[in-house]
Write a protein that binds this ligand. Structure first.
Ligand code: ZN
Ligand code: ZN
Ligand code: FE
Length: 767
């Protein structure tokens, strides 16, 4: 008995192109004995299928439940359709439609199949550093436009050889329509050069690079989304020389090891951390360092963690291949001078990096957009992003609400920008600190690229309230030029909205926001940063904030945390005793000048910054007197803290202010009494935790609200995060923290976008 044949049309949305989706559909249709066709559209994949009702149902179930590993399905819709008369199943050519958009896949770590082929002497791509397939390889960093086809990628200049073409055209091949597909005969090549001289090519180039690294030399290595500077992580003179050349004194260097066992020689790795290291993203993971590790301490001074990643391209695997005498851990830090964006254009990279390195390992596959390595830790058992870039961007954040088309320009440090449309937020990869022309240029190019790629022409523009942020200036100029409504968002309100959106918060219902960071421009012109807000997407009230102190020297005080210490001592009515490390650190003239700045409020902006409170504590007890990167004093304080210590100091709060005077008095009493630095450091943390708990209770009493949201750079401190969450949850609060976007200013653009999206703008002002 034959069952009757019916037809059905199916639309699949999400990341379904460049991930082996059509070959998957093709072979699935064959298995289900169905006929019909599949094609890419510019909004996803469209399928028309004929078969028995039972087989079509099985087909649809498989599409939903077992898609290819890299596909990310947002929606599957289907409806009955007439039987179309196809006698087999075919793949039709792409059908773009004006204005449609499609998520673009991030760059993907080499897959297990390609890795096997890479080390298989019988394979025609044996030891070929650009091996890839539909399940892996470069995507975002080589794509110029959609639909994702080879001519629109930076592989356009490499014509396929007959063997690669056959694989590319065969729907049953793992390389069917893999746009970056290549082999030694037709694809990109590597070479090694020094002082403008090409010294070796192909595998010999990689071997020469390895020799030089083993000898303690410093190399620039062109990778996936930019250049790395590399050296032997266990060689103190190589690491110190790299620090000297790169002008980077203390900020930790990222490391790369060949595989998990190599990482475990140096670091403690939990199950969640192992999953993260080996995830398709292969981010830099912050891991607790083992005491016996041979990695030179100068790779991460003052830290208890090392930032380690596994090789994510075939080139990196070949570079780190374990052999006797070759280092098992390499420094792989971004290829730039301190403060500048990572180099990615060949001519620019050579010019900028030549003074920094002894040699270059180069290749001829162009990088269309630079993408840094992502940095992630595990907090409370789940990933916690510090930098969202390679492997994550440009995956959109799914929004709980439908939004108009907004461009949000983000903040100044760790800038990212954000475009929204429908239920998607396209948060950019990490752009960097918008403090120079180079970074501003990559910001502007990035915005244009994202607008084109995701077909978003903004209807409104959002930016930080700050008068001078370069991103805010850009936003104001564009709003003016294009006649678009501009929404200037207070920095900590943006943090609050970001953590709500990150958690899928789908209403305008307010929550209690603990927005703690270093710097954010306040509506009163002061520098905010220790803020307890009560609000949501559509508005906020400032319930409590750290008491204002004048910050002598402004930005200078960020580099010299002792200045914040003196400001806090003065505000608390405490003496500048000469034996305090923070006081001792300044000469008599400096002290006089600082006292004048504080008393006359001369070049001493008022601040409620939590970051500066951490700075002050770190300086006061002698942990850190000079900060050479953002957050250094707090990071060193956290690293030192004794995890067993539960003591804390009191903070008082009035109607609107949190006054730490008693906290400082008690901290100094303990310091004078000889309490150890690790215990003091722990008590500083515990005191903030206690303050969070107490102010949360006070806000709950006034509002009935029992949801607390944690956002802002201070929450990168995992000790603070974990202890605050535990105490709040014990008291019955629901606690929201970041998951998909960074808690630091890298997440601010998402919050700005949501606030602008939810704002009522009179129709007359809409362009
Ligand atoms: Zn692969
Ligand atoms: Zn080929
Ligand atoms: Fe911030």
């Amino acid at each position: 008995m034959t069952q009757s044949v019916v037809g059905r049309k199916i639309w699949v949305r999400g990341i379904v192109q460049g991930v082996g989706f059509r070959p998957f559909i093709y072979s699935l249709a064959a298995r289900c004995q169905c006929t019909g066709w599949v094609r890419n559209t510019s909004s996803g994949v469209e399928i028309e299928i004929n078969g028995t009702a039972e087989m079509i149902a099985a087909f649809e179930r498989e599409v939903r439940q077992n898609p290819p590993p890299l596909a990310q399905i947002d929606a599957v819709e289907s409806q009955p359709a007439p039987v179309n008369g196809y006698t087999n199943f075919v793949i039709l050519s792409s059908q773009p439609r004006e204005g449609d958009f499609l998520p673009v896949s991030p760059d993907v770590t080499i897959c297990p199949d390609c890795r096997r082929e890479l080390f298989n002497p019988a394979d025609r791509r044996y030891r070929y550093p650009f091996i890839n397939c539909t399940n892996c390889g470069p995507r975002f960093s080589i794509i110029r436009d959609i639909p994702y086809d080879r001519p629109k990628t930076s592989m356009a200049g490499f014509a396929l050889c007959p063997d690669c073409q056959r694989e590319y055209d065969n729907p049953l091949d793992r390389r069917f329509h893999a746009q970056p597909v290549a082999c030694p005969a037709c694809g990109p090549q590597v070479w090694f050069e020094s002082q403008g001289q090409r010294l070796a090519e192909c595998d010999a180039a990689i071997q020469q690079a390895r020799q030089w690294l083993a000898q303690g030399k410093i190399l620039a290595i062109k990778g996936l989304g930019g250049y790395h500077l590399a050296c032997d992580a266990a060689n103190p003179s190589a690491v110190e020389e790299l620090r000297r050349r790169k002008k980077r004194s203390d900020k930790p260097f990222a490391l790369m090891a060949f595989d998990l066992p190599a990482v475990e020689c140096h670091c403690l790795v939990s199950a969640a951390e192992r999953d993260l290291l080996e995830s398709p993203q292969h981010p830099i993971v912050l891991l607790e360092r083992k005491a016996e590790s041979a990695v030179y301490g100068g790779c991460a001074p003052g830290q208890r963690t090392l930032g380690v990643m596994l090789p994510y391209t075939p080139l990196h695997l070949l570079l780190l291949e374990p052999t006797p005498g070759f280092p098992d851990m390499l420094v792989m830090t971004s290829g730039n001078l301190s403060e500048e964006p990572i180099a990615y254009e060949d001519a620019d990279a050579k010019e900028r990096l030549t003074p920094l390195v002894d040699g270059f390992l180069l290749h001829d596959r162009p990088i269309h957009i630079r993408v840094d390595d992502s940095v992630v830790s595990v907090a409370q058992g789940a990933p916690y992003l510090a930098r969202r870039a390679r492997g994550y961007a440009p995956n959109p954040v799914r929004l709980p609400l439908s939004t108009p088309r907004v461009l949000a320009a983000g903040a100044e440090l760790k800038n990212t920008f954000c475009l929204t449309r429908d239920n998607y937020a396209f948060l950019s990869h990490h752009i960097g600190d918008l403090e120079n022309y180079e970074t501003l240029r990559s910001f502007e190019e990035g915005v244009q690229h994202f607008q084109r790629l995701f077909r978003v022409q903004p209807e409104r523009i959002a930016c930080d309230l700050h008068p001078n942020y370069l991103a805010s200036r850009y936003a104001r100029q564009r709003a003016q030029d294009e006649g678009l409504p501009l929404v200037e968002v207070q920095h900590h309100h943006a943090h609050l909205a970001a953590v709500l959106a990150d958690n899928g918060w789908d209403s305008d219902e307010p929550v209690i926001g603990f927005c703690f960071d270093g710097t954010g421009y306040g509506t009163d012109g002061a520098i905010w940063g220790g803020e307890v807000l009560y609000g949501g997407y559509t508005g906020y009230q400032r319930f409590y904030h750290l008491r204002y102190v004048p910050l002598p020297g402004g930005d200078l005080a960020v580099r010299k945390p002792g200045r914040a210490a003196l400001a806090h001592l003065t505000a608390a009515g405490l003496d500048w005793a000469a034996e305090y490390p923070a006081v001792e650190n300044f000469c008599a003239e400096d002290r006089t000048a600082i006292r004048a700045q504080i008393n006359l409020q001369l070049n001493a902006p008022l601040t409620s910054s939590m970051g500066r409170l951490f700075d002050a504590a770190a300086a006061l007890i002698g942990v850190c007197q000079t900060a050479t990167y953002e957050g250094q004093p707090a990071i060193e304080l956290e690293a030192l803290a004794d995890r067993e210590e539960m003591g804390y100091y009191p903070m008082q709060f009035t109607a609107t202010e949190i006054d730490p005077a008693l906290f400082w008095t008690a901290l100094l009493d303990d310091w004078r009494a000889g309490v150890t630095t690790p215990r003091l450091a722990a008590r500083v943390h515990n005191s903030i935790v206690r303050m969070v708990f107490e102010t949360a209770g006070a806000v709950r009493q006034r509002t009935g609200c029992a949801t607390a949201a944690l956002s802002g750079g201070v929450w990168q401190n995992r000790l603070l995060l974990e202890r605050s969450t535990r105490l709040l949850e014990q008291a019955g609060f629901i606690v929201l923290r970041h998951h998909q976007v960074p808690t630091n200013d890298g997440g601010v653009a998402l919050g700005q976008a949501l606030i602008a999206a939810r704002m009522d703008i009179p129709a007359a002002n809409l362009g």
